[in-house]
Ligand binder design. Structure first.
Ligand code: AMP
Length: 116
């Protein structure tokens, strides 16, 4: 049987690589981004290693909703009462660098629009 190498985020979830873990449950982990683009920048990552938004299936519908509910709770715990930006980078043109789907949550400063 072929076994695929773990993604970076699976290795973090399995505690093989250290990270600043803000929250975890049976479906996802939340870590601070190692290269923050805002005063608060964390990633909500499903344990299931879905490569990108393009790889979602109908089975992932409730998981994706869960990620947003967790994002909202952690944003509140991080004091982002003034608002925050949520981003899924998908694919080359969006500069997705880790092929394991993750929701960026950025806050603590005013965000520009349009995004770069
Ligand atoms: P993306 O470019 O959308 O795929 O986002 C990947 C994000 O993962 C980037 O913002 C990186 O800074 C972040 N990142 C990469 N390695 C780590 C790590 N070891 N711990 C926390 N965040 C990481």
């Amino acid at each position: 049987m072929t076994s695929f190498p773990k993604t970076l985020f699976e290795r973090i979830a399995d505690r093989e690589i250290p990270a600043d873990m803000l929250f975890e449950d049976d479906q996802c982990i939340v870590i601070r981004d190692i290269n923050p683009q805002a005063p608060v920048h964390f990633l909500v990552i499903p344990r299931k290693p879905i490569p990108s938004l393009d790889d979602l299936s109908i089975d992932d519908q409730s998981l994706m909703g869960h990620l947003f509910l967790v994002a909202k709770e952690v944003a509140a715990a991080e004091g982002l009462s003034g608002g925050y930006r949520t981003v899924f980078n998908c694919g080359r043109d969006a500069f997705q660098t880790v092929p394991h789907i993750h929701l960026h949550v950025l806050g603590g400063r005013k965000m520009g629009w349009p995004p770069g």
